[in-house]
Design a protein around this ligand. Sequence first.
Ligand SMILES: NC(=O)C1=CN([C@@H]2O[C@H](COP(=O)(O)OP(=O)(O)OC[C@H]3O[C@@H](n4cnc5c(N)ncnc54)[C@H](OP(=O)(O)O)[C@@H]3O)[C@@H](O)[C@H]2O)C=CC1
Ligand SMILES: O=C1O[C@H](COP(=O)(O)O)[C@@H](O)[C@H](O)[C@H]1O
Length: 501
Amino acid sequence: MLSKGTASTGTAATATCCDFILFGTLGDLARRKLLPALYQLEKANLLHAKTRIIGVARDSIDTETFTAKVQASLEEFVGKAQLDNAVWERLAKRLAYCGFDLASVSEYSLLAKTLKRDDNRAVLSYLATPPQLFPSICKGLSEHQLVTENARVVLEKPLGHDLPSSRDINQEVGNYFAESQIYRIDHYLGKETVLNLLALRFANPIFADQWTHNAIDHVQITAAEQVGVEGRWSYYDDAGQLRDMVQNHLLQVLALIAMEPPTRLDAESVREEKIKVLRSLRPITQQNVREDTVRGQYSGGFVGDKKVPGYLEEEGANASSKTETFVALKAHIDNWRWSQVPFYLRTGKRMAQKRTEIVITFKPQPHNIFHETMAQLPPNRLVIRLQPDEGVEIQMMNKVPGLGKQMQLKPTTLDLSFDETFENQRISDAYERLLLEAIEGNQYLFVARDEVEFAWKWIDGIREAWQQTNEEPKPYPSGSLGPAAAITLIAHDGREWDDDF
Ligand SMILES: NC(=O)C1=CN([C@@H]2O[C@H](COP(=O)(O)OP(=O)(O)OC[C@H]3O[C@@H](n4cnc5c(N)ncnc54)[C@H](OP(=O)(O)O)[C@@H]3O)[C@@H](O)[C@H]2O)C=CC1
Ligand SMILES: O=C1O[C@H](COP(=O)(O)O)[C@@H](O)[C@H](O)[C@H]1O
């Protein structure tokens, strides 16, 4: 058994027994991600034999109809040919359904009745619903004795749209659950390659001494997406790329890169270190917002050979929207380790390729003994490819073999692709890892309240500065690398984006 608060490092023979209540079970997220993740946990024998899964949504359907719907979702999102019948039958036996209006607190008696709690198993409530329902769900659970010591609640994003609204959500949920029972999801923290950052940094002494301003020149984090708003215009137009991607995913990745070594791999230690980083982000204000940030909005174009509409022509669009679909910015962490080391962050929709990666560029050699053949030695780079084609590469100089009088050097790449290195090892979806950790009661891959709030504080400052300076989004063609101003932002410092896509 895993001890509470410790990261699970392998496959557990026996997992914690729980009632897994999936609120919003008929929704898009549940169908596309959460139910397939539960299927994969079942397949890997990671669910306790007595664990039950209770779907909750509004429709008044029975468990049989619900089970058929789950099967249809799995056929669609895991793949009909991939579904193992024996696994599905095991999973199906765990399912039950309960339909009622989640806003109506008295109706939670139906849920309590369905659960028929007869032991002290954990109750894990996964709230895959609009956040406006969080207070009534928590109250409904509490009033029906479902918030026991052994209860946990998993919260989906968005956790607010600014600092005050996120505080409200945290406060409302906090009225019923202790912080140690609250699991705030950021799915990037469940990605294998994001977790590998911890291994890379803290299991390899060759990097440990180099991981400071003494050796590192700058850091780039890019999350380029090919998708547009995908039918989510009304949500997305209120959010924009800064809130949708930077406030959560990119800042979490930044925090993992920049944090001090945690004492242990547990929630308290990891979160403590991430919080220090988020608290040390230098505010971006109206004085530097023009120089240090770029907002963009995609216009029509081609992604690959597919013609795609501009943001303002998407279904449901308001043609005068000023929402950004692209952000590039320069961040500074004001502490000893990262003094004078800029972190360049960039993310956008409808870009040329889907590509999420971190590039650590090291400082140049202090003296070049090869100047006769190479006037300037290119810097070493550590590239961590988060997705797709997960892997790690080190760009470095090597001598070209040969007897020539002068040594010929060549930039070369040491490429460790996960596919080739961990052959036959399936890369699990982020949600599989996160559901498993939540079931086991391990919080280290979930975001603490303070992290969310420090991140919002910094993001709110940028939005405020954009408003004060009337910063409008710059158009960029779909299928490009974003607005030209993003290139200028980094070129201004004598650097360039690592773009070989
Ligand atoms: N979809 C995604 O990829 C992602 C979504 N999220 C977040 O997850 C949450 C859910 O998203 P998504 O699945 O897309 O949303 P959907 O609208 O597709 O699904 C919402 C679910 O909540 C249920 N629901 C809504 N209101 C009530 C109510 N009053 N009573 C009972 N059930 C209710 C719906 O039930 P019914 O079907 O019966 O109406 C449905 O099952 C949102 O907060 C979203 O921002 C976060 C990351 C990614
Ligand atoms: O949370 C979100 O993430 C996705 C990108 O996730 P990824 O795992 O594909 O990198 C983004 O498209 C979506 O807008 C956002 O809400």
